[in-house]
Design a protein around this ligand. Structure first.
Ligand SMILES: Cc1cc2nc3c(=O)[nH]c(=O)nc-3n(C[C@H](O)[C@H](O)[C@H](O)COP(=O)(O)OP(=O)(O)OC[C@H]3O[C@@H](n4cnc5c(N)ncnc54)[C@H](O)[C@@H]3O)c2cc1C
Length: 395
């Protein structure tokens, strides 16, 4: 008879051990507020307006949503968070979350900051990965032009060479310091370009071990085929395939664009199909674990649990370096901390950057945690459960 791993995500005392009562009450207040769709919408509008008018709201943001979802404004400021998570075997991936850079100097700055995260990870036992978004170091328009195979002007060609150089510098440093780097996935109309760049980097840097990880979004109908092709390519060219699996963050945008421009939506028609494709991909990665290292980037309890079942089935130790679990800082601590306590490899994305610049990231977290059909969001339910448990545990 097969054994099943004894992992549960229900234990909120493990999940929130690292949070003081004050921090937990603050989290309850934040999630309680963003749980109401109309309050959330009004707050987001007001904050956007206040920032536009340069009103002094940064202090309030910093002490509420920012401290809950971000490590700090800089790598140094994020150190206490790294240490605190590390006490519970939960690792950190420092994610420089400044969005909307459009200039060449902005792209260079983001590249340099990403390299600094790699240098700092190199000196920290609790930071096993680094990460970046290609749109942080390249213009989306240019990536799209390349994907459409449009004829590039001389200026565009030079700009694309600079994009290649920036990515190459990041991956070279990741290789030199042995800090694997995750390339985030973005919109489908630029993703082929991102994939191509990632595979070129893998061919260069993944010969001995997985250093560069590409991201596959399993809400995309094409992903099952793409991951098999990526595996085939890695086998043919004899390198390790680094894979981060996610469901995908841009569903509404993808569907709206497909409808506007009148092409078939690249997204599965329903959630079950996405879930099914995601879980099959976990299985595919473990079936080919001699060549694939996988990170499961998900807050879905079943998928995380299923991965532990697959590991057990494959006779893998919980701490096998080829399998990682990852969630976002400030979310799904019940998954991260219970997995880490059971000895699995866990790393949380910890965003950082100046308050103003990480606002788009924070707005997305607010929207994601708004209640569906009047129910409390999962986060709010867990936080309230833990607050109640602590009240009852008091002598
Ligand atoms: C560590 C980490 C890294 C991430 N990196 C990236 C990244 O690089 N790129 C990126 O795009 N996203 C990224 N994400 C976000 C991710 O893609 C998801 O949006 C988010 O995690 C929610 O999915 P889930 O697996 O946690 O679980 P769930 O909450 O179970 O799934 C929600 C997801 O299912 C899909 N879905 C929902 N409804 C439907 C429907 N009707 N039809 C089809 N599909 C549906 C959508 O993708 C939705 O986001 C990352 C998430 C984490 C935790």
């Amino acid at each position: 008879m097969e054994t099943v791993p004894n992992i549960s995500f229900e234990d909120t005392s493990v999940a929130f051990k690292y949070k003081s009562n004050v921090a937990l009450r603050k989290a309850s207040f934040i999630f309680g507020l963003i749980n109401h769709p109309w309050i959330s919408a009004i707050v987001i509008k007001m904050v956007k307006l206040a920032l536009l008018l340069k009103l002094p709201v940064e202090g309030i943001i910093r002490n509420t949503v920012f401290v809950h979802f971000c490590g700090g404004e800089s790598i140094d400021e994020s150190q206490p968070t790294i240490v605190q998570l590390g006490k519970y075997r939960v690792n950190t991936i420092l994610d420089y979350s400044v969005e909307g850079e459009k200039s060449e100097s902005g792209f260079d700055n983001t590249m340099e900051e990403t390299i600094r995260t790699i240098d700092s990870a190199h000196h920290s036992k609790n930071v096993p990965f680094s990460v970046f978004k290609v749109t942080g170091i390249a213009s989306s328009d240019l990536l799209e032009k390349v994907q459409k195979k449009e004829t590039l002007s001389d200026e565009d060609r030079k700009a694309f060479e600079r994009v290649y150089e920036r990515i190459n510098k990041i991956c070279a440093r990741a290789y030199e310091h042995n800090v694997p780097v995750l390339v985030d996935a973005e919109e489908s109309w630029i993703q082929d370009t991102i994939d191509t760049l990632s595979y070129r980097m893998m061919e260069k840097y993944n010969k001995e071990r997985p250093i560069v990880f590409n991201t596959f979004q399993f809400y995309r109908v094409e992903s099952p085929r793409n991951i098999r092709a990526a595996y085939h390519n890695a086998t043919m060219n004899n390198y390790f395939l680094g894979v981060k699996l996610v469901r995908g963050a841009y569903m509404e945008k993808e569907r709206a664009r497909a409808e506007d421009l009148n092409y078939p939506s690249p997204i599965f028609p329903d959630k079950d199909s996405t879930d099914n494709a995601f879980n099959l991909a976990l299985s595919f990665c473990l079936d080919h674990k001699q060549r694939i290292a996988v990170m499961c980037g998900s807050h879905n309890e079943y998928s995380n649990y299923y991965l532990t079942v697959l590991m057990e089935k494959h006779g893998m130790a919980n701490k096998d370096e080829r399998v990682w679990f990852s969630q976002l800082y400030g979310m799904s601590d019940n998954i991260s901390f219970n997995l880490a306590t059971a000895g699995y490899n866990v790393a949380k994305y910890v965003p950082y950057g100046p308050v103003r610049s990480v606002m788009p990231y924070l707005f997305r977290r607010a929207e994601e945690n708004t209640s569906v059909a009047g129910q409390s969001s999962r986060e709010l339910t867990l936080i309230q459960k833990e607050l109640k448990r602590r009240r009852q545990a008091k002598p």
